[in-house]
Design a protein around this ligand. Structure first.
Ligand SMILES: Cc1cc2nc3c(=O)[nH]c(=O)nc-3n(C[C@H](O)[C@H](O)[C@H](O)COP(=O)(O)O)c2cc1C
Length: 136
């Protein structure tokens, strides 16, 4: 399967997580790359078999957390009719309700969101490997 991972990263944590996620998916036999929201092409991402979008957590550390504007603006360019999708974030204290909000934005683009993952720091978020397995 071709899995598109798109991320927004300010200081490299989300980029590193996304790259490790792409490595994991590739090692499971998928075609997968991690591309930043600024470089990703909506058409390429929309034509993948599965899509995973991630953002760093922006907010007031315990309240008002949200995905970055660039992440949501990118999601709003996608056409994902029925495709399996996932969202993820990296965070420091708490991601609050940002993952369900990202999932809702993906659902609004037609995706079937089957995974929501968070990582505190540069690592593959818990649950991502199982999500990849679920795509087979
Ligand atoms: C302006 C700003 C706001 C942040 N707000 C939150 C927050 O509300 N909750 C949280 O857990 N982390 C928050 N963080 C921490 C980052 O989300 C976290 O360090 C993230 O992993 C950084 O990812 P990046 O290195 O890809 O930019 C904030 C960071 C910044 C710079």
């Amino acid at each position: 399967m071709r899995i598109a991972i798109v991320y927004d990263s300010r200081t490299g944590t989300t980029k590193a997580a996304a790259e490790m996620m792409a490595e994991l998916a590739t090692s499971e036999g998928h075609q997968c790359s991690a591309v930043s929201v600024t470089d990703a092409k909506p058409g390429d991402v929309s034509s993948a078999d599965a899509v995973c979008v991630g953002s760093w957590t922006e907010g007031l550390f315990f309240i008002l957390q949200h995905a970055t504007k660039a992440t949501i603006e990118f999601i709003d360019t996608l056409t994902l009719d029925g495709k399996p999708a996932a969202v993820f974030c990296t965070y420091k204290t708490s991601p609050g309700k940002m993952l369900p909000k990202m999932a809702e934005a993906m659902t609004d683009r037609g995706a079937q969101v089957t995974g929501q993952f968070k990582a505190r720091g540069r690592k593959v978020p818990e649950g991502f490997a199982s999500w990849v397995d679920s795509l087979d």
